[in-house]
Design a protein. Sequence first.
Length: 94
Amino acid sequence: MEKFSLELEVAARRILANMDPVRKAHEHVPDDPKQYASELAHRLDLERTRYSAKYGVDISDHANFDLVVDTSLSTSDKVVAQILDAYERWLGDN
């Protein structure tokens, strides 16, 4: 299983930059990336609690994943290259 990792403030900036203004207004999304990152953190905490209760899994524990890719400072091409490289290594091991 793979996991993509991203700093919350970076995620908030990316989401806000690409969010439709109508959706943003309808969902009462703040303009400030730091404030929105705080809301994202709260949402992730709820997800973590839900997964733990339902499946007994800590989704924040990287040991639960075969590959963790931090996309904070990477371009999409670099992320794809990392995934393909890990896949090729996995094929060689199996």
